[in-house]
Design a protein around this ligand. Structure first.
Ligand code: P6P
Length: 339
């Protein structure tokens, strides 16, 4: 028998999580169980995405607009409800905050026990769903502090992203990949549909110190601050850069995590805070990239140091290889010095 192959096939996500803890503590069991629930959500969403085009009522828009002012797709709602459903039965997660929900969703029967909060973007990049291009789910696990009796989740607005217990994403692409970190490196798993298990693919992923890819929507060029426009002119003039942008953050991030480079979603004159949301997009990815030896900043400060003023707070995002992020920041700092 090929021991290595057999051993790898038996390294399921839950076993891998437990191995990250020095001992089999209640917290280790909780986090392992939470990760297994997230994997179940990923499997349910991947299954529906693979058949969405063949089913009635799976693609297209619901006709509603979400708290972000974005039109809601049927897949957004399905995926949002999948996360609620898998955590309702878990007895672990007490609160869920989602891009698709104005307010937090409380699971009261879990509250005395769980004390964990799930922050998630159920389908990120959902404009890609109807054209069969990759989309992703992004998640972040926080420890609830206090009882949150008034239901305003003030504890989430008092600390930055370094308080995250776990962060990661599920990328629904040609294969379904789950990438996570609980603060002990970044690890990827590939869904084996024949087993219905996420199997270990790569451990301790390290982002290259620099890369060729710059990923941003240059259609917004004239809305950007001059420092970002100067960066783009520099990149256009210099050899060795290539543009890749899919319109879905998770896929663009995954490429940079594996190959290096930088993803930039800057603020604009109209929206200086940018488009992407801190608690369930930029902070979880910021956690991953720092664990992978890269960097994530708003242009002014590290993403993980930002303390949100509201649940759906947004931040600009410059994330990827440390050298590439620092180059973008140097244009911002240079302009600030001139002004
Ligand atoms: P734009 C998708 O709506 C999303 O939130 C991210 O997944 C993606 O990176 C970004 O917005 C795309 O925004 O303005 O370039 O279409």
């Amino acid at each position: 028998i090929n021991e290595h192959a057999l051993d790898r096939d038996c390294t399921t996500l839950s076993r891998h999580v437990l191995q990250q803890f020095p001992s089999f503590t209640p917290e280790a069991q909780d986090i392992s169980a939470i990760m297994s629930r997230l994997a179940l959500a990923g499997k349910l969403i991947a299954r529906r995405l693979s058949r969405a085009g063949l089913m009635d009522n799976a693609l297209g828009f619901t006709g509603e607009v979400n708290v972000q002012g974005e039109s809601v797709k049927k897949m957004d709602i399905y995926a949002n409800d999948v996360f609620i459903s898998v955590f309702k039965q878990s007895g672990l997660v007490c609160r869920l905050a989602s891009e698709e929900m104005e307010k937090l969703y409380y699971i009261p029967e879990n509250c005395p026990i769980g004390r964990y909060t799930l922050l998630y973007d159920p389908i990120d990049g959902s404009s890609n769903v109807d054209i069969n291009l990759n989309v992703g789910s992004i998640f972040s696990i926080r420890q609830q502090v206090g009882n949150d009796l008034d239901g305003t989740a003030q504890d989430l607005l008092q600390t930055g992203g370094r308080e995250q217990i776990a962060a990661g994403y599920i990328l629904y692409g040609p294969s379904t990949v789950l990438v996570y970190s609980i603060g002990n490196g970044v690890h990827s798993f590939i869904l084996d549909p024949s087993l219905g298990e996420f199997i270990l693919a790569e451990e301790n992923i390290k982002v290259p110190n620099r890369g060729a890819v710059y990923s941003m929507n240059e259609g917004n060029f004239w809305q950007w601050d001059r420092s970002i426009r100067d960066y783009i002119r520099y990149v256009h003039r210099h050899e060795g850069y290539t543009a890749r942008y899919s319109g879905a953050l998770v896929g663009d991030f995954h490429r940079i995590l594996l190959q290096g480079g930088v993803f930039i979603y800057p603020g604009t004159l109209k929206k200086p805070e940018g488009k992407l949301r801190l608690l369930y997009e930029t902070a979880p990815l910021g956690f991953l990239i720092e664990q992978a030896g890269g960097w994530a900043s708003t242009g002014e400060q590290a993403i993980l140091d930002v303390i949100p003023d509201k649940l759906h707070a947004r931040t600009p995002l410059i994330i990827g290889s440390t050298e590439d992020v620092k180059l973008v920041e140097s244009f911002i700092q240079e302009l600030a010095r001139e002004q």
